[in-house]
Design a protein around this ligand. Structure first.
Ligand code: NAD
Length: 329
């Protein structure tokens, strides 16, 4: 009989891709989310529109012989959403309720295993002040000092999951994602992250003009392509290792160079204008020593390859949106 998985946040970017992957592996998948995936990445065998802040809905989602839960539901977005301070109460309240309710639902339904998607945003700001030399090894999390409430909620929830593991014997798997990107992710509207924003800006710009980049552009990051992320999640779930463990790329790049990459891929002549905006920490890179050791995993493709696929998809969305606007007017 095929295994049954519940994917929470299945209407989101990573959730949508994870559902597809689980099905390719022969799982029967139930997805739950506040909404369907807006880009058509809806492949769950059963899709429930439901709010995991409601404990009764979480309990119901965990019924029916589910073997594994993947808890990705969170109130999140890019820097424009989580670093401005304007959404802090919602981010903390909404995400923590999803986690508390799902853990209780898993315990009550007797489900053996749950995956939790934490974030690199839980790492202390003091280790990420030097853009050329950030420290994000898993054991550098304490003394805790994340630079956002989003990061604090992730750190608290990691501890919540570990407590359920210690006290109730639920097998927990915790990953700290570092900037996951790719097609069928949020690309506009304020919740998009840097890779999608760069691609959108380059795709929308007139040849010979410029694109705006938040901050001085010297801040550094690394980005992991969605297929690689899903592969690492599946390996972690099947391994005899709880984590927390980084799932990210070690190919670090300064944000202005990243913008140049998007411009090059677009084939247009564009310049960069650095403007004031929320940027987060000065430097961040994944440290993959632990995941190499424990799961024998490392990304296989370059950032450029992932960005080419992402640009192609976002460019299509931009063209489609323009066409729709022309039809209406
Ligand atoms: P996403 O916003 O596309 O997906 C999250 C989904 O959760 C959304 O579809 C949203 O509607 C759903 N959700 C939110 N509140 C809910 C609720 N109360 N009930 C039901 N569903 C609810 O984000 P994503 O990029 O797919 O991220 C998935 C997970 O990975 C999140 O937990 C996020 O914090 C974590 N993460 C992502 C990244 C990244 O780079 N994308 C990095 C670090 C961590």
């Amino acid at each position: 009989m095929s295994k049954k998985a519940l994917v929470c946040g299945a209407g989101g970017f990573i959730g949508g891709h994870l559902v597809k992957r689980l099905q390719q592996e022969g799982y029967w998948v139930r997805g739950i989310d506040l909404k369907e995936n807006e880009y058509g990445n809806n492949h769950a065998d059963e899709f429930v529109i439901g709010d995991l802040r409601d404990p009764l809905i979480s309990e119901a989602a965990a019924q029916g012989g589910i073997d594994e839960v993947y808890q990705l539901a969170a109130d999140m977005g890019g820097a424009g959403y989580i670093f401005t301070g304007e959404h802090d109460a919602d981010v903390m309240h909404n995400s923590v309720l999803c986690n508390v309710n799902m853990l209780n639902a898993v315990k009550n339904a007797g489900i053996r295993k749950i995956f939790y998607s934490s974030s690199a945003c839980m790492y202390p700001e003091y280790n990420q002040l030097d853009p050329d030399n950030p420290k994000c090894a898993e054991d550098s999390a304490y003394p805790a000092a994340p630079d956002s409430e989003y990061g604090w909620e992730k750190l608290f929830s990691e501890r919540l999951y570990l407590s359920y593991y210690r006290n109730y014997g639920i097998e927990v798997r915790i990953a700290r994602f570092h900037n996951i990107f790719g097609p069928q992710g949020t690309w506009t509207g304020g919740k998009e992250k840097a890779p999608a924003a760069m691609c959108r800006k380059a795709a929308e710009a007139e040849d010979g003009s410029f694109i705006e980049v938040w901050g001085d552009g010297k801040q550094t990051r690394s980005f992991l392509y969605i297929d690689e992320c899903v592969e690492a999640v599946r390996r972690l779930m099947d391994a005899d290792f709880t984590g927390p463990v980084n799932i990210g790329s070690e190919e670090m790049i300064a944000i202005n160079d990243f913008a140049k990459m998007a411009i090059e891929i677009s084939g247009k002549k564009l310049s960069i204008k650095n403007i004031k905006g929320p940027t987060g920490v000065r430097g961040r890179n994944s440290d993959n020593k632990l995941i190499r050791e424990k799961l024998n995993w490392a990304p296989v493709q370059t950032l450029r390859e992932g960005m080419e696929a992402t640009y192609k998809w976002i460019n299509e969305q931009v063209m489609l949106t323009r066409k729709q606007a022309e039809t209406v007017s």
